[in-house]
Structures are given as C-alpha cells and as structure tokens.
Design a protein. Structure first.
Lengths: 340, 628
C-alpha cells in the first residue's frame, strides 16, 4: 500500500514532525537533522517505511523530530532493537542514531555485534567527545588529558576511535564526515542509505556547550585543508591548501610526503573503498590529528550478505523444504499413544 | 489384566517371562552415574517407553552444574528420576523404589533417597580402589555395610557390556559408552517394559553409525536377558496403564511445551513468532526448540547478551511480531530496564523466566521459586507487569498461550514465570485439537490519508493502545522511554499527566483480573485449612492434599496461575478458611503478597535446597496445622 507514497515528491519539510527541536542553539545536531531530511526527501524515501531508533543522549532525541516511525529507547541498546525490527520486517529502512557515549560506552557490545552481523541498518554516531545530556563528563572518545567535570586532573584512559572499532568488526560500510561540512555530510548519508548491510558513519559533531571547538582543527577555514583529507575512491591520497602533500606507504606505515622533488602521485597510496581486506581502511582510521590529516569520506564500502536477509532466507528455505508449518503435525510428531 | 490403550505393539520385546510378576500401581526409578554415563538418555528412554505403555509419568532430571566435573567424583554425579503409575500422579516421587548407580559416587550421593528394602543395581566393575578414591571413600560401600537393608544387585555391567559388544570393532571407550543401555535393559526387564520404542530410537539416533547402533542394541538386550535368565532376580514388576482421559498423548518436557505454547499463541492471534534469547540454564532448550521451527515463520535470534535479547524482541514487537525472550533470574535482572521500556511504550512481549537457585549465579541447575518478587517489583518506577505461572510441564503449553493472549490484548509485557523443575521435567500431554485452541486475532490500525498526526496513546475498552505497525502509511509515530502525553504519545513532563499515566498503566494491568477465570478451589468451600500454591509445586501439593484427605483431614487447595493481577475472587476465598498455608520454594514471597494484599495471617512452608518439595513434607505440615 505504500507504493504510491514512494512515488510522491517529498520536500525536506515533509520529514519534519510536529515537535519543537530542543537542542542548544548552535549545536551540530541541527545540521545533521537538516541534511537527513534533505537526503531522504531527495531520494524519495517512503516515510512510512523509515524507522529511526535511538538510545539516550542529546543525539538520541533525533527520532522525535522526524515524521517517520521512531523509537527513542534506552541507553546503548538501539542497535539491538533495530536488529529485531529488521529481523521481522526486512524491507523497512532503519536508522540508528547514537553518540560516543551511547554507542561506544554503555552500548559498545551491541554496536560490535550489529556491525559484525551486517544487519541492514544505518548507524550514525554523533561524536562530540563529551557527555552533553548529563552536562559535561568525559566520554570514551575524549582525548587523554582532557579536563572535564569528572576528570578535574585530566582524562587518563585511552580514547576509543569509532572507525577503528567499526573496521575491526569488518563493517561493510564505514565513513566519516563533519557536521558543518553539509555537502559532504549529505553525500555520506546518501551513500549509507544506498548501502545494503550495516553502514557506520561517524559524524564529528560540535557540542557548543560542553566541548566547543573540539573539532575546530578540522573545520576552521584556515586549517582544514591541512588537517583533513578527503577520500575519493580510486584517487591518490592528496591534501593541503595547494594539494601538494600526499600519503605514501612506508612498509606498513603511512607517511606524509611532499609532491614534486621526485615524488609523483603514482607513489602515493590510492584509495580503494571496495578492497575486500579491511587492513588499509584500518590504517586510514589510525591517521589522526595532529600527526596526520584525518581522512573524511567513505573508508570502506563492500557488499556482503546481511543478517536479516540470511535469516529470512532460512525461513523461506525451511518452508520450501518442509512445507508451511502445521501445528497439528508437529504435536503428533514422534511417539504418541491413544487412550480410549 | 487391564488392556493397555497404547497403540504401540510390543513387537520386538523378548518372550513372556517365566518369573513371578508382582503387580504395582506405581514405581519410582532413578538412574545415577557420572555425567558422561548417559543417565539422562536412559531416563528419557524409560520415560518414553512408560508413557507409551499407558502409564502416567512424571520425571525429574538432576544434573550437575559443571559440564565436565572430574569423572567419578561426587560433583559429577548426574541423575534422572522417573515415576510411572497406573493411577494419576503429579510428582516424580518422593522416594526411589529402584536405584541404578553406575559408580561409588553415584551410589553414596543417591542412596539416602532409596526406600528401605528397595532395589539397588550397581556396576560392580566400577568399585575398584581408584573409583573409591575418586568418590572420596575410604572403604567400599558394597562391603562396609552401607548397602545393608536393600536388595542389592552388584552386576558386572562394564564387563558384561564389553562382552556383549565384542566383535563389533569398537574401542574400549566406545564399548563402555553402551553401559547405560545395558543398565536400561535390566531395568526394562525389572519393570516389564517393552523394548521396541528404545530399539527404534537406537535405529534413528545411530543410523549413520551402524556399529554403534548394533552395540547399543546388543547391550540393551544383554541387560534385559540378564534379568530374565540369571538367578539374581527372582521376580519382577508390572505397572499397568493409567486411566487418563481419552485422547492422543505424547510425552512432553516443560521447555518444549513452552516453546510450542508460544508458537500456538502466535498462531491463535494470526501472527509470526520472534524469540530473542541468550543461552542460559535452564531456559536454552526453548531457544533450541524454536530454532528448529523456521517453517512456521518462527524467527530466533541468539543475541550477544541478555539485554540485546530482550531489546531485539521489543524491536520485533514494534515491527509487528509476537515477540518473546527466554531466560532465568540472572538474565532477567539484566533485562529489567528494557522491560520497563516495554511497559512505557506499551508493546506486547512475553518474558520467560525459568527460575533457578539464586541469588547471583546461585545454583544454575537446581530449581527454586525465589524470583516472584523480582518479576513483580524488579524495575525502576511504578512498573506493573502481568505474571502467569505454569503448574506442570504440560501446563507450560496452555500458560504460554495465555501469556501471549494477555500480551497482545493488553499491549503489555507479560512474565511467564516457570522454573527449572518444570523446564526439564516431563509428563504425558494430551495433544489438543488445534481448532479447540483459543482465538484472539489482532487488529492493527489501517493506513490513514487525512494528514492528521496519528495518536498512538488512545485506548480501547481494555485500556490497550493501538498496535500501529511501521510500513503503514499515515500512521508514522514516535515512542520512547520518556513519559508519554496521554493520547498523543508526545514526550511530556507535566506532573498531572505523569500521575494520570501511572494510574492508567496500573489500571490496565489490574483490569486483566476481569478477563481471567475466577480462582478455583479444590476441596471444601470453607473450613479449617486452605493450601495456596503457585507454579511447579503443584504436583507435590496436590499429592499431599489428596493423601491428607484420604487420612480424613479436611483441607482445600487453590493453585494460582495468575500472580499479577490475582483473580478477583481470591480475597473472598482466603477469608473462608480458618488457616491458610502457603508452601513455596522460597522464603515466603507469595505469602508476603497475600498478607499485604488481603490481610490474611497466612503461614508458610518454605524451603530453598535446590530440590522440589517431597509431598510428605507438605502433608506433614497440613496434619500439623490441623492438629490431629
Ligand atoms: S549539550 Fe551539546 S550536544 Fe547536547 S544539545 Fe547542547 S550543544 Fe548539542
């Protein structure tokens, strides 16, 4: 019945619910919300077949603002709930909205397992490297030494790197983008939507209140050309204001080289998002500021069977092999006896 | 002799015996050995065979928590008890009439349960000094007087089994694995059981290993013939068929009945079943059973943990499946927050708790009823969840259907509160006519084209909200764990609304009392004593009450299936008796509820030893309270 509406021409505003958006003014979440509506409208995503599932945290309010089906669940569990939805209703488009605390701290386990199963969901992790909703404690992605309410003398636990984890779980789609880079953000969301299997997107998201400027190195007009590197499939890794620097492999390690002086583009590492082995994608995920420019874009996009598809395939196969289940037959299977 | 109603003919059983046959109305047999000795299999086979000859049966497997406890030690002893009778029975038996002990550890740990003068069969070959040492014994119990007063049959089971399978090319280890079939054969002879069902089982189970099949066959027959031909046994027993109500029967285990009940529940409302589960003793068999039923559209998901298990079920329910999650106490503890979410977003969900000894990891393989408070209260906030409890392995089927009915009709999570004793126990089950199952079709709201926002928190006469499914045009709505505005379902922090919603959720669950059968009482309508029970203690209480009545005691019995809400007439019933006794395998949780709810001075009979009640324990208490 929803086929008609799939053909409808939708505007971004058709995806807005009647709820007032309640993030702090200037929060990076607004931009992600706006791009999401735009992308869904542009691809004509049917609203009734779209479900947003979230956990707890600032980002997790997201489903309330979308005029689609939605579930604002409990802390960290959105991937597990999304897995259940897809298992029984594989033709829904399911988005999981999570944050660095929700997805990597309390919900780390579910994130790993949803990714390794390759459930056909899109996970968008808003990384602001802080706990915003609970007002400013450090998060699992906060850098060492960071002073927060709960670390007055600085963070002493090593941060997690979301993409390294996703790639470690052999995610079939891995990308990074930045809240203020709206064109890039829109492109990444659209690519995630098109991907079958788990899409994992890390969005650098500025929390203006508790961690303002955490990503200014990557967003400032002055520095971003030197501190970020836009990945393009099949292209060499080049960056810099004058596009005169590149990444070359030295053994198993990346190194920054200057183009010219005997070094040409052909000496550089070429990006292959379709590489079946995740090793290079992992290597890219370990390129971090300030030692390296941080890659943004699609790290990895490979095709692999999805959990929900396999599960439903088994159901079909079982029906084919054994016939539609019959309770009467099941109950009488094995040894029975009759009492007169 | 009464003719057996069994449809199975005893084709391949050895010829009629020449020895004396003693008629019994019931017998209790226990196989005990090392956890690697195949005692569970032996017990299951005897159960099946006894059911097929028309006996009423009840079983109690008792196995160690450690999968691989050191061989021959007391910690590794595994047992399976079966009670079969020509009358209706409700328990696996308090005491054992015949004990098979495959080694010294099994003997000394199980002997206290054997009736004085009972039959004791031991494998004489496994009482060597090293075996005694493994069992921590200084002397041989076969020689030091321990087994005095029993009918001892020290049979060379190991040696005779090896002889029986000689020439089949088996290794000694493989040959010794047939010992359980030898012991089984002996017990089959002792109780005049036909061998054909077990021979059939051997054919099927070892179809791909003909030598092993042949070895087991030979061992079984050798054991049987040993009883028949040697002088060791002078007589044997017969237990005739029971007068069960007419119908087609099968033997069923609690976990299997639970799984099938969930499937039937989904069938009764015209939907497909989803189970999200994480392996845990004693609930994993529900997952195993349902994983096999894919051609019924049953989707099972073995989650990464207990939380994901319940959350996946909540997701599946949101998307329109009949959803369940199965676990035991420690897993339920992990699921609590998500169950609160299901209460808040008002989605149907069945949560199976097969209770085991607690707290913490507790006694994983032992039974207990100490999670009643957990399921009633173990969540934050005012968070009512209906609770139903099955009374016997077969009753798990009907109770699971009822759990599904309440869940989908009231849009609420429901606890199915069972226990390890029911989960692993088995009994004959009269297979229901599919058409006789209750029907409770679910209606989902259809598409809306008026452009108005859909209001997910309107309510019907049961106070249930509409179950609108993703995929339906025009009904897009958002739910979540934050308090909901009445009717619209929007997030609301309004104090008046919160009070209203707490009241509504409570009233919805309380209202279920109008929609369940009134509590029945067995025995006098009023009088000196009412026994109130719930869950797996039914069999022991029923037996105790019947036995006490036979002795002239005036006692009534009410067994509760509905623990939240209680049936609406329960308060009246409790007032009609001078005394109320509540036997429970906990320290008094239902008693506490009855006292606080109805202000009755209920008395408890409580035990937490990881074992079910013996009916005599309850009977003694009844007699004591009636003061005669
Ligand atoms: S606290 Fe930070 S992340 Fe949360 S809404 Fe405000 S700015 Fe955004």
């Amino acid at each position: 019945m929803s086929d008609n509406s799939a053909l409808q021409v939708l505007k971004p505003s058709d995806f807005a619910s009647d709820q007032d958006v309640r993030w702090c003014p200037g929060c990076g979440d607004y931009s992600i919300l706006a791009q999401m509506k735009k992308v869904l409208a542009s691809v004509g995503a049917p609203r009734e077949k779209t479900v947003f599932v979230s956990g707890i945290g600032c980002s997790s309010r997201f489903p309330y603002y979308m005029n689609t089906y939605g579930m604002h669940t409990i802390h960290g569990r959105a991937p597990a709930i999304a897995t259940g939805i897809k298992a029984v209703h594989p033709d829904l488009h399911v988005w999981v909205i999570t944050g660095d605390g929700d997805g990597l701290s309390i919900g780390g386990n579910h994130l790993l397992h949803a990714i390794r199963r390759n459930v056909d969901i899109n996970i968008v992790l808003f990384n602001n490297r802080i706990y915003g909703l609970t007002k400013g404690q450090y998060s699992p992605t906060s850098p060492l030494g960071k002073v927060t309410k709960s670390t007055p003398m600085g963070v002493i636990d090593n941060p997690l790197h979301p993409l390294s984890i996703a790639i470690g779980c052999e995610a079939t789609f891995v990308a990074r983008t930045i809240d203020v880079n709206i064109k890039h953000l829109g492109m990444v969301l659209r690519r995630a939507l098109e991907h079958r299997g788990t899409s994992f997107i890390e969005v650098y998201q500025n929390c203006v209140v508790f961690n303002d400027g955490a990503f200014s190195y990557a967003t400032d007009r002055e520095t971003k050309a030197e501190t970020t590197l836009e990945l393009e499939h099949g292209k060499p890794l080049i960056f810099g204001k004058n596009r005169d620097k590149g990444i070359r492999l030295n053994g198993l390690d990346p190194e920054i080289v200057e183009l010219g002086k005997g070094i040409t583009e052909d000496d550089l590492l070429f990006h292959d998002e379709k590489a079946p082995e995740p090793s290079l994608a992992y290597l890219l995920s370990r390129m971090r500021y300030p030692e390296f420019p941080e890659p943004i874009g699609i790290f990895r996009a490979v095709e692999q069977p999805c959990y929900d598809e396999l599960l439903n395939h088994q159901i079909d196969e079982a029906r084919k092999q054994k016939g539609e289940g019959d309770l009467e037959k099941l109950f009488h299977s094995g040894d029975t006896w009759v009492v007169q | 002799m009464a003719t057996s109603g069994a449809s199975t003919e005893s084709k391949s059983s050895p010829k009629k015996t020449s020895k004396e046959v003693i008629e019994l109305t019931s017998a209790t047999v226990r196989f005990a050995g090392d956890s690697g000795d195949g005692m569970q299999l032996a017990g299951m086979q005897l159960t099946n065979t006894s059911a097929l000859v028309g006996n009423d049966v009840a079983t109690f497997p008792d196995y160690p928590a450690e999968i691989r406890a050191p061989r021959g030690t007391k910690a590794g002893v595994s047992g399976f008890q079966i009670h079969f009778a020509s009358t209706e029975i409700f328990t696996p038996g308090d005491k054992v009439d015949a004990l098979v002990a495959m080694n010294p550890a099994a003997l000394v740990t199980n002997l206290p349960d054997l009736v004085k003068g009972g039959v004791l069969i031991v494998d004489k070959n496994s009482f060597q000094p090293k075996d005694l040492k493994l069992a921590g014994l200084d002397s041989n119990p076969l020689e030091d007087g321990t087994v005095q007063g029993y009918q001892v049959h020290a049979v060379e089971i190991t040696r005779l089994t090896r002889l029986a399978v000689d020439g089949l090319g088996l290794t000694q280890k493989e040959a010794d694995r047939c010992r359980n079939f030898y012991a089984m054969g002996l017990v089959y002879w002792l109780y005049n059981r036909p061998l054909d069902a077990t021979l059939r089982f051997i054919d099927e189970k070892f179809a791909r290993r003909p030598a092993i099949a042949e070895a087991n066959r030979r061992a079984l027959l050798a054991g049987y013939n040993y009883g028949e031909t040697t002088e060791a046994f002078l007589s044997h027993f017969r237990v005739g068929p029971a007068k069960l109500s007419p119908g087609t029967y099968r033997n069923i285990m609690g976990n299997q009945a639970t799984a099938w009940g969930l499937m039937a529940g989904a069938y009764c409302c015209g939907k497909e079943l989803f189970l999200g589960s994480y392996p845990i003793t004693p609930a994993s068999d529900i997952l195993h059973e349902l994983a096999k039923q894919k051609n019924f559209g049953v989707r099972t998901f073995q989650a990464e943990d207990e939380i994901a298990a319940v959350c996946s079920a909540i997701g599946a329910s949101f998307a329109g499946a009949v959803a369940a999650t199965s676990s035991s106490g420690p897993g339920i503890a992990l699921k609590s927050e998500a169950i609160g979410l299901a209460v808040m977003i008002e989605l149907p969900l069945v949560i199976v708790n097969n209770q085991r000894g607690g707290p913490s990891t507790g006694l994983p393989t032992k039974t207990e009823q100490a999670d009643l408070f957990q399921v009633l209260f173990g969540r934050n906030g005012e968070c009512p969840v209906p609770v139903v409890a099955p009374r016997s392995p077969a009753d798990c089927f009907d109770t699971a259907i009822e759990a599904v009915r309440i869940a989908v009709q009231y849009m609420t999570p429901v606890f199915f509160l069972s226990d390890g004793y029911l989960a692993n126990g088995s009994e004959p089950w009269r297979i229901p006519d599919i058409d006789s199952l209750p029907k409770f079709p679910v209606e989902h709201p259809g598409p809306a084209a008026n452009g108005e926002p859909f209001h997910p928190y309107t309510r019907n006469e049961r106070l249930a909200r509409p179950w609108a499914l993703p995929g339906t045009p025009g009904l897009m709505y958002r739910v979540g764990g934050l308090e909901k505005q009445d009717i619209t379902g929007d997030v609301s922090y309004d104090p008046e609304n919160h009070q209203k919603m707490v009241n509504l959720r409570a009233r919805k669950v309380a209202g279920i009392a109008q929609d369940i059968p009134p509590q029945e009482v067995e025995g006098p309508e009023s009088g000196p004593l009412l026994v109130v029970g719930w869950g797996g203690t039914f069999g022991a209480i029923e037996t105790a009450v019947r036995d006490a009545r036979k002795k002239g005691y005036e006692v009534a019995f009410a067994h509760l299936r509905y623990l939240n809400p209680f049936p609406s007439n329960l308060g009246d019933i409790l007032q009609r008796y001078e005394k109320v006794l509540v036997p429970e395998l906990n320290m008094g949780q239902l008693r506490y509820m009855l006292r606080s709810e109805y202000l009755v001075d209920a008395v408890g009979l409580n035990k937490v030893k990881g074992k079910p009640f013996a009916s005599t324990e309850i009977e003694e208490k009844i007699c004591e309270m009636l003061g005669k």
